[in-house]
Design a protein around this ligand. Sequence first.
Ligand SMILES: C[S@@+](CC[C@H](N)C(=O)[O-])C[C@H]1O[C@@H](n2cnc3c(N)ncnc32)[C@H](O)[C@@H]1O
Length: 132
Amino acid sequence: MPAFVATDPVGYEKFVGRWSQRLAPLFVKYAGVTAGERVLDVGCGTGNLTAALAGARVAAATGIDLSASYIEYARRRVTDRAVVFEVGDALNLPYPDGTFDRALSMLALDVLPDPNRADFSRNLNVIGKGID
Ligand SMILES: C[S@@+](CC[C@H](N)C(=O)[O-])C[C@H]1O[C@@H](n2cnc3c(N)ncnc32)[C@H](O)[C@@H]1O
């Protein structure tokens, strides 16, 4: 499968983002995210789920995405101090073990060229817990 190329954040928001913005708080609630957690949003795109995590009063919400233009857009839009956005590859996460309590991913695993290589558990405190 070819790499997913994401270059137009404004267009994405009109097409899909306006829906993921509505879905994100429901997903956060469904996942049982609690205040004070450190949460990774894998394939965060324009930052809708990351913003919802901040709304749930997590200690830290990190959004990572391959698309520099999406990350730049997300940084301008979501200015909560608990939030950090970074450009990076979900298949090669640049974080030490135990950096996060939980990893979430919304509408992104299906566009990874090899989802079987997406091992987020390495970055969590408790292996096998909290991957939604
Ligand atoms: C359909 S969008 C979903 C974005 C966001 N999670 C949302 O719900 O609106 C898929 C996202 O996955 C990102 N993506 C694709 N391959 C990736 C990879 N290898 N690592 C990180 N992000 C990736 C794309 O850049 C895009 O932002």
